[in-house]
Design a protein around this ligand. Structure first.
Ligand SMILES: [Zn+2]
Length: 157
């Protein structure tokens, strides 16, 4: 609690002899490490003064957004595409488990918990057939890498 009060005081500023209370710029000097002493702009999302990017609103163009995303991407495991791919694989695994139970291949305990997005329960043998046919028709179209491989093969002269 004491630390929180300290942080709040550091982020507030009194000017005009204590008559004006405002937010303080949170930028720190790279040379001395001291906090900037200017009031933060009211329009600033990140509580910065006009000299430390308080008016900035982030990248707007596609190129700029892509550049910032590339800078902040460490390993790509948490990108939208990677999550969608994992979710699809998880749903697929649950459907395969359903198919095994429908076909009598196992009597193991069903996996518990929430099913992934895109999961359609497989309840009958007809559903299993439909799943296999669908899998054959749309083979390897789920993952981004596989789709790129297919594109490379088809665009080769
Ligand atoms: Zn500043």
């Amino acid at each position: 609690m004491i630390e929180r009060v300290f942080i709040l005081k550091a982020n507030l500023l009194q000017t005009a002899g204590g008559r004006i209370h405002c937010l303080r710029c949170t930028a720190r000097s790279s040379r001395t490490g001291d906090q900037c002493g200017r009031p933060a702009l009211k329009v600033s999302k990140n509580q910065k003064c006009q000299y430390h990017g308080g008016r900035g609103s982030g990248p707007k163009t596609e190129k700029g957004i892509a550049r910032i995303a590339a800078v902040h991407t460490v390993h790509g495991q948490a990108t939208k595409a990677a999550r969608a791919e994992r979710s699809l694989a998880s749903a697929r695994l649950n459907q395969l488990e359903d198919a095994m139970h429908v076909l009598g291949m196992t009597t193991a305990v069903r996996s518990r918990g929430r099913k992934a997005q895109g999961y359609v329960p497989v309840k009958t043998v007809a559903d299993v057939k439909r799943m296999v046919i669908d899998d054959f028709l749309h083979r390897n179209k789920g993952s981004v890498e596989e789709q790129e491989k297919i594109n490379r093969k088809t665009h080769r002269p």
